[in-house]
Design a protein around this ligand. Structure first.
Ligand code: ADP
Ligand code: MG
Length: 237
């Protein structure tokens, strides 16, 4: 079981945003999609999510052919850089949202929200409004909300991109620990080499719509496939 992206091509008019992309992301793995801005990372994530469709190629998610399934049937959770939180709902209500629209029993929802807030270390903030949280805490809330419905796949598009460097570093370590606890198949988009090297099990380097290299952080760092990957990883500070 895994996410299988096979021969995916995506065009916007004449512009080829993804060209014959094939990647296999094993279940439970935390994969970083790494590359410069405009390389096609978000486009690939949106196609995996079902928010956009490929012109060619197929997507399987955990053994199910998903190419033509709408997003709501793909069992994926998302977190974006600027997450649309419900500003007038408490943290607990935000996290409960996906469970409430699925009409789960009240005591089950309470129990699950409790568990999730503990997981993201926000239990003491359950009754605050999102505006009363820091940026990092809000993204942790967004992650709890995405995890609430037990998605098979978690998709994160530069989730820490809007935060300052120190908070990013903290959240990166925290995401790694969280992933080790919940083991959900996760695809994490970043243009930050250091973030990809530290957080992920495997890195897919994407540039100009093509996969340049796939490998573990150590593999990539020690044996970059080409000058592009070398140059890109060489910027690590
Ligand atoms: P990344 O996330 O790696 O920065 P994107 O996947 O967002 O890159 O974009 C890849 C390329 O596709 C960019 O050149 C972008 O301008 C283009 N692109 C993305 N979405 C659209 C769209 N809806 N219409 C036209 N061009 C798009
Ligand atoms: Mg992007």
């Amino acid at each position: 079981m895994s996410i299988e992206v096979r021969n995916v091509t995506k065009r916007f008019g004449d512009f080829v945003a993804l060209e014959d992309v094939t990647v296999s992301l094993p279940t439970g793995q935390l994969t970083a999609l790494l590359g410069p801005s405009g390389g096609g990372k978000s486009t690939l994530l949106r196609i995996i999510a079902g928010l956009d469709t490929a012109d060619e190629g197929t997507i399987d998610i955990e053994g199910t052919e998903a190419t033509n399934l709408p997003a709501r049937k793909r069992n994926v959770g998302f977190v974006f850089q600027h997450y649309a939180v419900f500003k007038h709902m408490t943290v607990a209500k935000n996290v409960a949202f996906g469970l409430e629209i699925r009409k789960r029993p009240k005591d089950e929802i309470e129990h699950r929200v409790d568990e999730l807030l503990r997981l993201v270390h926000l239990q003491q903030f359950a009754h605050r409004l999102p505006s009363q949280l820091s940026g990092g805490q809000r993204q942790r809330m967004a992650l709890a909300r995405a995890l609430a419905v037990e998605p098979k796949v978690l998709l994160l598009d530069e989730p820490f991109g809007a935060l300052d460097a120190k908070v990013r570093r903290e959240l990166r370590e925290w995401l790694r620990r969280l992933h080790d606890e919940v083991h959900v198949t996760t695809v994490f988009v970043t243009h930050d080499q250091e973030e990809a090297l530290e957080v992920s099990d495997e890195i897919v380097v994407i540039n100009e719509g093509r996969v340049e290299q796939i490998g573990s952080p150590d593999d990539l760092y020690d044996h970059p496939a080409n000058d592009f990957v070398m140059g890109f990883l060489g910027e690590v500070t």
